[in-house]
Design a protein around this ligand. Structure first.
Ligand SMILES: [Zn+2]
Ligand SMILES: [Zn+2]
Length: 372
């Protein structure tokens, strides 16, 4: 970032373009007031935002978004949470960032006063959905990023290096989520085997982060060869197309019968937990970062008899986003590999359609606000 840009006075208009949720599946482009940053907050001019599968879920079902204690529909609510941008205004007391700083966001600003927030588990804040108590989750409970501006707490931002593109910076929070999954399992993966099941964005970033942390071997399972190939480029030592080979048999083959210490489950397949249990060795750890829509039978006796630990994660707690951003700044992996398509702000519905229907094998679809 040049000195010129840092000292530039950003002209902040009174109103902005923003996409808001009408009824289910209904997005409208409206003009609404530019929000005002409060204490410990800044105003971010959004430069780019990635479409997430959760945006699509919110449009369809409302949940996991909760606005004013209820469904997010017809409340002038803006979705979108995987964004980056430029700080254009500082709220009272902010000295952690300057006007002109490029930042990427994590989603959750916890209330900071509940026991979970005090433990660093702010994505599981006990005051979730109560902005009056200080909680914010942009795109879930407070306005998100399919708009020209958003307000962010200083706790939810990480600096973006000058040489990192806007598109790549939108992927920091995805890598942060994968990092958090490895964190909750203990995070001591150097020299230990990790299986990642499901090569969606979090799974692919899971491969990259596990490899950067020194895991060995890193094994990726999935059904699409093109995505498995991306996994290879992101550091997977072995990939398994489960259409061609049983995933458990393959993991046993690759690990010479030993199994792995960790599974990061990102497929949401109905039998994924049972299969993951067969992939880990005794005392192994499984983190569920995806889930099937309906309840599924689980062989609990196998989990208990083998002392297998099962964790679930919500989002990107314990500042995992900062650690993921550090890896990306150090070029430990090339997250850009998973960015496949770009659209302008006026074409958000098309961007979402590409992500939802995986048109042209879309993985991460990014909306970029301006051409430069
Ligand atoms: Zn997301
Ligand atoms: Zn809290």
């Amino acid at each position: 970032m040049s000195e010129v840009a840092r000292t530039n006075e950003f002209q902040v208009p009174g109103t902005m373009k923003a996409w808001v949720l009408g009824g289910p599946e209904e997005l409208k482009l409206v003009e609404k007031p530019v929000p005002e940053p409060g204490k410990a907050e800044v105003l971010v001019r959004i430069d780019a935002i990635a479409v997430c599968a959760t945006d699509i879920e919110i449009m369809r079902n409302g949940l996991p978004a909760i606005v004013e204690g209820g469904p997010p529909f017809n409340k002038n609510f803006t979705i979108g949470h995987e964004y980056m941008g430029t700080i254009v205004k500082l709220g009272p007391s902010v000295d952690e960032f300057q006007i002109g700083d490029r930042i990427a966001v994590e989603i959750h600003a916890g209330c900071g006063r509940c026991p979970r927030c005090r433990e660093g588990m702010y994505t599981s804040c006990l005051n979730y959905g109560y902005p009056s108590k200080g909680h914010r989750a942009n795109g879930f409970t407070t306005d998100g990023g399919f708009a020209e501006y958003a307000v962010n707490n200083v706790n939810t931002m990480v600096h973006v290096p000058d040489e990192m593109s806007d598109e790549e910076a939108t992927l920091i929070v995805t890598a942060g989520t994968a990092m958090y999954g490895l964190d909750v399992m203990g995070g001591l993966v150097a020299g230990e085997g990790v299986v990642v099941t499901g090569p969606g964005p979090i799974g692919l970033m899971g491969v990259a982060v596990a490899k950067a942390l020194g895991a060995s071997p890193v094994i990726l399972t999935g059904t699409r060869d093109r995505r498995l190939e991306m996994g290879h480029r992101l550091g997977a030592d072995a990939v398994v197309n489960v259409r061609n080979e049983d995933a458990v048999v393959a993991v046993k083959r690759i690990t010479k019968g030993k199994g792995v210490q960790y599974v990061l489950e990102c497929s949401g397949a109905p039998n994924a937990l049972n299969e993951s249990a067969q992939m880990v060795n005794r005392g192994g750890r499984i983190c569920l970062a995806a889930f099937p829509a309906d309840p599924v039978p689980v062989d609990l006796a196998y989990l208990v008899r083998n002392n297998i630990y099962v964790f679930g994660i919500r989002g990107e707690g314990k500042s995992a986003t900062h650690r993921a951003a550090a890896f990306m700044a150090q070029k430990r992996f090339d997250a850009k590999i998973i960015h496949t398509h770009t659209f302008p702000l006026a074409e958000v519905p098309t961007a979402i359609k590409y992500a939802r229907e995986r048109i042209e094998d879309a993985i991460k679809v990014v909306v970029k606000m301006r051409a430069n």
